[in-house]
Design a binder for this molecule. Structure first.
Ligand code: AMP
Length: 558
């Protein structure tokens, strides 16, 4: 039996297939949603920990998912170990309910999780005693939950997922039971938590140095926010907040919407970009479905309806769709659900650094996984004995602006410049985890490295990457063209020097080429792109005869 798990920022859920249907399992307290909260040193997990958050906020950890893949510690434990405590509780709850051991699991992650964060999630599952069969993107799982009853329809679906901590928009195509992700976009720091923070800073009366009050107020404010999804008014009340006096604040839906609007509005641009990436117009979409607790807010539903020009499908419980989808995926792996294959995409491009500090993309963003792709590289220097493979993730043209995922050296037989043949292959498995293989194709010597190291980048950086690539597109492209022109110039200059050594040219001809070569050198020095391009072209043109002579000479020799 394989369990499906939604390891959420705010809440987590676990489910299993039962006689062909996904069911979500309630914990000891009768609730299917387990707050993703851990109290240490206990450890206490879930509702019990969430209650202690109010009285002992310093020992209570929530939203640990936001730190996944980062090198941080809370009470001596890293984010994987803390997440493992949450997964361990879900495992025990499932085992108690099912009266059998549950040792295999499918776990979901946001579409924007990078490789390091996926690895960290997988390890958290393993620490909790699971064999992690699959890591699945949350919006893909949600679509799976909605798509189950429409197996034969050929349709395009947008999944709008606004949870506690992250926002994702994913566009999928469902075709004869096969899911295919067309595009995915999002923001790893956008969700209901931000609405809570904005709400709190609006209503909090100056009470610095009273964390207990603030924690109680937060709980009460969140509860009021939830009520306002159904009602027009909600009162936040904290009896005996300060000895005798009680705290009371009336919140209206209109008031909440005014506070939440700037946060909710941020989803708009991502949706438009995802549609553009998928090369779809609104009319091409068949369905818009919702996931994530924050999509219960009427204003979010209104925004989605206006943006996509149709009412979103709300037939499933938005808190539960991801877990249901994970459970269905578990069913597919168990063989309980048939006729469905899940295809996912890479959210950011993957590549390696090449000559001149350029990013050489091997797997472009939005490629369908699992997949393999490779390229051949050579040595820039004569007698080089090894090559450093720097694995990068990101959308920028220059290697230095992308994230280093890891690096290793591959040795090869030394020889003249351009003689080595090193094949570099990237393989992304079904969990979205990257394996890099480098092989000296002459000797067959190879190295395979699973990119294990968690990438210590802040979550903001993840979402910044896409924005930056658009913002700097022009400079980046210019720098790439300049770098490439410089590389071309160096190559031509070296070739000219080499040719002068073996071909006898008339003094006049030689002088002409030298003038052109000096201009290329000066243009390289100046860093002026237009001048360098012109100089390169002139040298190229001016050495045509030299090139012909070289070829003839080579043929004579044979
Ligand atoms: P998730 O990450 O999907 O569990 O979503 C959690 C987020 O949804 C939190 O920010 C919750 O406060 C929010 N949420 C849950 N229920 C509601 C509701 N009824 N109205 C508004 N927001 C809600």
């Amino acid at each position: 039996m394989i369990a499906g798990i939604d390891l959420g920022t705010t809440n987590s859920l676990i489910g299993v297939m039962d006689a062909g249907f996904p069911i979500l399992i309630a914990g000891e307290e009768g609730e299917r949603l387990t707050p993703s909260v851990v109290h240490l040193p206990g450890p206490l997990v879930g509702r019990a920990a969430a209650r202690l958050r109010v009285v002992q906020p310093a020992n209570t950890i929530s939203s640990i998912k936001r730190s996944m893949g980062r090198d941080v510690r809370f009470h001596g434990k890293n984010p994987e170990e803390i997440s493992a405590l949450i997964l361990g509780k879900l495992k025990r709850d499932a085992e108690r309910a099912l009266e059998q051991t549950v040792s295999r699991a499918v776990i979901t992650v946001p579409a924007y999780f990078n490789d390091g964060q996926r690895q960290a999630t997988k390890r958290a599952g393993e620490l909790a005693g699971f064999t992690v069969e699959r890591i699945v993107n949350e919006p893909t799982a949600a679509a799976l939950a909605y798509g189950l009853d429409k197996l034969n329809a050929k349709s395009k679906i947008a999944v709008f997922d606004l949870g506690g901590g992250t926002f994702d928009i994913t566009i999928l195509e469902l075709n004869e039971g096969v899911f295919h992700v067309l595009a995915t976009h999002g923001n790893t720091r956008l969700g209901g938590d931000d609405i809570d923070n904005a709400l709190l800073s609006e209503i909090e009366i100056a009470r610095e140095g009273d964390p207990l009050f603030t924690a109680r107020l937060r709980e009460a404010a969140i509860e009021a926010k939830h009520r306002l999804s159904l009602e027009e008014e909600a009162r936040i009340e904290l009896p005996f907040a300060e000895g005798e006096t009680s705290f009371s604040h009336l919140l209206t839906r209109a008031g909440l919407e005014r506070i939440a609007r700037p946060i909710v509005e941020k989803t708009r641009g991502h949706c438009l970009r995802a549609l553009a990436d998928a090369r779809l117009s609104l009319a091409d979409l068949d369905q818009v479905v919702l996931a994530g607790g924050a999509t219960r807010m009427p204003m979010v539903r209104r925004l989605v309806a206006a943006l996509f020009e149709r009412e979103p499908n709300t037939s499933h419980n938005p808190d539960e769709v991801v877990a249901l989808g994970a459970t269905i995926q578990a069913g597919i792996l168990e063989g309980a659900v048939q006729n469905m294959v899940l295809l996912d995409v890479t959210p950011l491009s993957l590549g390696i650094e090449t000559f001149g500090g350029l990013m050489n993309v091997i797997i472009p963003r939005n490629s369908t996984i699992p997949l393999k792709a490779g390229e051949m590289f050579t040595n820039a220097m004569p007698n080089q004995r090894s090559m450093l493979i720097k694995v990068l993730q990101g959308e920028r043209e220059m290697a230095r602006d992308n994230w280093p995922l890891g690096q290793f050296e591959i040795a090869f037989e030394p020889g003249a410049k351009g003689q080595a043949r090193v094949g570099v292959q990237f393989e992304i498995d079904a969990n979205g985890i990257l394996h890099v293989l480098a092989r000296d194709t002459k000797t067959g010597a190879e190295k395979i490295v699973a990119i294990q190291s968690a990438v210590d980048v802040s979550d903001e950086a993840v979402e910044k990457m896409l924005g930056d690539s658009v913002e700097h597109a022009f400079e980046d492209m210019n720098e790439r063209i300049l770098t490439e022109s410089k590389l071309k110039a160096s190559e031509m200059l070296a070739a000219v020097r080499h040719a002068f050594g073996i071909i006898d040219l008339s003094a006049e001809e030689k002088r002409k080429v030298e003038v052109l070569a000096r201009e290329v050198e000066a243009a390289m020095e100046s860093g002026e792109l237009a001048r360098l391009k012109k100089a390169n072209a002139a040298l190229d043109e001016g050495t045509q005869r030299l090139a012909t002579l070289l070829v003839e000479r080579a043929m004579e020799k044979e």
